[in-house]
Design a protein around this ligand. Structure first.
Ligand code: PMV
Length: 330
């Protein structure tokens, strides 16, 4: 009744922003991501008649309220599958700041899904795990694949065809690096769930964003398959800017960028002008992630580290998907 799992974070290269079904978390568009080797969550789940209610601890802190509610509702889906009513203790650790745009919900819900299903003795395949994790946090469905993953939006109303599939494994493109820059460890004030809903409802450019996605997906699949760094970088950077344009033009506006975010974007553009090829991508937070190639990584990291406001840099490569862990956290 107890199991532990480790799940990586993933960063979208073609982003998901908006749902067509809030409850099942069915997206408005497909998305493509890179699984990261150096950002991850480790989680132990134990179901027991000794627990009167579900309990949650993240990085040594007991969590209550809405965050615990979300985890409990996710456990309900898994309890139903495992035919049990037992409550659980969930202990989780991130090796990076949570809820600041570094995809902690992706690694968190992927680790929770794998640990909780294993604790109940359910032996599920990657597809089933992806479908369950998706209902906790959309991006979590992409954390089961090693390397590069595409979350196919699906067409069915019940969401059984909305899950992630691998595009290429983690050994396919070893020279591709992502430098993650941590600007602030403050939790964001607009959660992606609320931000997306509002954007779909009232951003006048939302339909235009959706119209460009198919071409971005096609270019991204090609860039990954042929290891075309320029195509990957250009497609990812423009895609991120288009997503943020929909956030900026919803009412009230959602601006995740801090002054340091913009300074870093400009630094990336300046390096490119100087012939150092790199591209940025940004999610629902102020953090900037820079795509580059191993041959340039040291130069780029040193330069970005020297930019005001950068607290920490984490160099990542494509990594392994979620897996069971041998060691428990309690
Ligand atoms: O699934 P969520 O709630 O973590 O939302 C993810 C949204 C973005 O990170 C902005 C884009 C993405 O596809 O990961």
């Amino acid at each position: 009744m107890k199991a532990a799992a480790i799940a990586p974070s993933n960063i979208a290269l073609v982003k998901y922003w908006g749902k067509r079904n809030e409850k099942l978390i069915l997206p408005q568009n497909s998305s493509i991501s890179m699984t990261l080797d150096n950002l991850f969550t480790t989680t132990t789940v134990e179901f027991s008649p000794n627990y009167p209610h579900d309990g949650l601890e993240i990085s040594g802190q007991r969590i209550f309220g809405e965050e615990l509610g979300k985890v409990s509702r996710h456990l309900d889906i898994i309890r139903k599958l495992g035919k049990t009513k037992l409550c659980a203790r969930v202990v989780s650790e991130n090796n990076f700041p949570k809820a600041a745009g570094l995809a902690s919900s992706a690694s968190g819900f992927a680790a929770l899904t794998l640990a909780a299903t294993a604790a109940l003795g359910l032996k599920l395949g990657k597809k089933e795990l992806s479908i369950i994790a998706r209902q906790g946090s959309g991006s979590a469905c992409r954390s089961f694949d090693s390397g590069f993953s595409e979350w196919e939006m699906g067409k069915k109303k019940d969401g059984t065809d909305s899950f992630a599939k691998q595009i290429a494994d983690e050994l396919h493109w070893k020279e591709l690096a992502m430098v993650v820059l941590v600007l602030t460890t403050k939790e964001k004030n607009v959660k992606s769930r609320a931000g997306m809903k509002q954007t779909v409802e009232n951003c006048p450019y939302y339909p235009a964003w959706l119209k460009t996605i198919e071409a971005d997906l096609k270019n991204m699949r090609k860039a990954i398959k042929t290891r075309d760094f320029t195509l990957l970088g250009k497609t990812a950077e423009l895609n991120a800017l288009k997503m943020h344009a929909t956030m900026h033009t919803t009412t009230p506006p959602i601006i995740y960028w801090e002054p340091e975010t913009i300074a870093l974007m400009k630094e990336v553009l300046a390096m490119r002008e100087e012939g150092i090829e790199c591209y940025f991508t940004i999610d629902g937070g102020p953090q900037v992630k820079v795509l580059c190639q191993d041959k340039d990584v040291q130069r780029i990291e040193a330069r970005l580290k020297a930019t005001a406001g950068v607290q920490r840099t984490i160099v990542c490569h494509a990594g392994r998907g979620a897996r069971l862990a041998g060691k428990h956290l309690f």
